[in-house]
Design a protein around this ligand. Structure first.
Ligand code: FAD
Length: 428
């Protein structure tokens, strides 16, 4: 019987745990990818850089697989139907994949696993996109950490060279497959975008000064590996190895990524509800016109507008600016964090439910280990501190001076309004 390796958030051959396990087990491994129509149908636009990114990453995978006399088979539909069809075409012995910890992905995998069990097929899910998954870093009393610092301390104490050891692939184990053209983007219902996929690498030199420069958006010194980590075109083990040898601040960012993943895993309801339930009582203003101005980068605050324009034009926004625009939406405009979260989810190339929800709730004050509700960023002060020469603002919002006269709301007024609204909601 043949095995199937199901690529999902791990679009690489190198150091891929599940693929390594599949190939080590025997011959006849068929690499597959499924464009899951349930996921695609929820995307807000047919111009989606992420779909294009995946498509280009698959083309590269295909070229590499062709060298080993095999290919990738790419399907469009619901994973369960695809697996049923594949099993009808020729019995499957095992399905290998790498774990995904988002609530929808867990449900999907459970469905496949249950069906597979009924057919006598092994379903093997490996740990690949994180160093520590699910309940591997827990408090002594067996409950999950909800505060970052103690979580990260234990995370670091558990880190061993073995955890970072790369998985070597035995390339002889693939099923022999002839080259077959991938389905075109328009066959999936999507358009070509401006994204240019490049295989991501990370070198020590790129993170050497991360701690000193990461807060200045004009310097453009963060790694931009978010999308590669999201779709697994780079190995987390490689990143953590480099981080632990070169820059502790960058290592902490990679730990934040896992911290939020385990929060969403243990508290799946926090995808939609405030982690701190008391914050559900905040009376959001939710003014639609103001939300639209924020989305379009027309608030009159140069840094906020530059950030939203960077997001709209590229699918990326610098972290410091993400914090400023999120604080502005939830505090200055008193718009529900879920509106901002959904807008980011539709646009961010590195969109990841756990990091997006976690960071939005952090900004709104309602998350685990969040910024206190009374911490309200002053967007002008942030501009003076982090982009004083206006390099970033001029890049994304060049006509900012003429628009600054029409500020959507005055800072001092908005600050007082936010404080009193939060206080009333929280009963303080
Ligand atoms: P670097 O600064 O080089 O960091 C390296 C990697 O560490 C990132 O690629 C990411 O995987 C991880 N990381 C860094 N900061 C964080 C963080 N605060 N939380 C979790 N992981 C982190 N990050 C996402 O990956 N997906 C999201 O959907 C997302 N939404 C966000 C929404 C808001 C409101 C805010 C304030 C932050 C959000 N972040 C998100 C976190 C952070 O802004 C991005 O990870 C970072 O800007 C990506 O740029 P980079 O790849 O150059 O990261």
């Amino acid at each position: 019987k043949r095995s199937v390796f199901w690529f999902r958030r791990d679009l690489r051959l190198e150091d891929n745990h599940g693929l390594c396990r599949a190939l080590a087990k025997g011959s006849n491994v068929r690499p597959i990818f499924i464009f899951d129509t349930t996921i695609l149908s929820k995307l807000p636009s047919t111009y989606d850089r992420r779909v294009d990114y995946i498509h280009q990453a698959l083309q590269l995978l295909q070229q590499k697989l062709n060298v080993f006399g095999t290919d990738i088979r790419v399907y469009i539909g619901s994973p369960l139907d695809i697996f049923k069809d594949l099993n009808r075409e020729g019995a499957i012995g095992s399905i290998f994949c790498n774990g995904d910890y988002e609530p929808d992905a867990i449900r999907r995998d459970q469905l496949i696993e249950n069906w597979a069990a009924g057919e006598g097929i092994d379903f093997v899910s490996c740990k690949d996109q994180v160093i520590f998954e699910k309940s591997e870093v827990m408090k002594k009393d067996g409950t999950p950490y909800t505060v970052f610092t103690p979580y990260s301390r234990v995370w670091k104490s558990k880190l061993s060279p073995q955890a970072l050891h790369p998985f070597e692939i035995e390339y002889g184990g693939f099923e022999k497959l002839d080259f077959k053209e991938l389905p075109a983007l328009d066959a999936i219902g999507f358009q070509k975008t401006d994204i240019q996929f490049v295989e991501s690498e990370v070198e020590a030199s790129a993170i050497k000064d991360y701690d000193k420069s990461r807060d200045f958006p004009g310097m453009d010194t963060t790694t931009r590996l978010g999308v590669a980590l999201r779709f697994g075109t780079i190995s987390i083990r490689r990143c953590v190895l480099l981080a632990s040898e070169n820059n502790e601040t960058w290592l902490n960012e990679l730990i934040w990524r896992e911290f939020f993943m385990q929060i969403l895993f243990h508290f799946p309801e926090s995808a939609k509800l405030c982690f701190k339930p008391a914050y559900e009582a905040i009376a959001w203003r939710n003014n639609e016109g103001e939300f639209e101005a924020w989305c379009n980068g027309e608030t009159g605050y140069p840094l906020v507008d530059a950030g939203m324009r960077e997001l709209n034009e590229t699918g990326f926004m610098h972290n410091r600016v993400r914090m400023v625009v999120a604080s502005f939406l939830t505090k200055h405009l008193l718009i529900d964090w879920r509106w901002g979260e959904a807008y980011f989810a539709g646009k961010l190339l590195d969109y990841d439910a756990s990091a997006n929800v976690g960071n939005w709730q952090w900004a709104a004050g309602c998350g685990c280990d969040a910024a206190p509700y009374f911490r309200i960023f002053n967007p002008e002060e942030q501009l003076r501190k982090f982009d004083k020469d206006l390099i970033y603002v001029k890049r994304w919002n060049p006509d900012f001076e003429s628009k600054a006269i029409h500020k959507i709301v005055e800072h001092a007024f908005a600050r007082d309004r936010a404080l009193s609204t939060y206080k009333i909601g929280l009963g303080k």
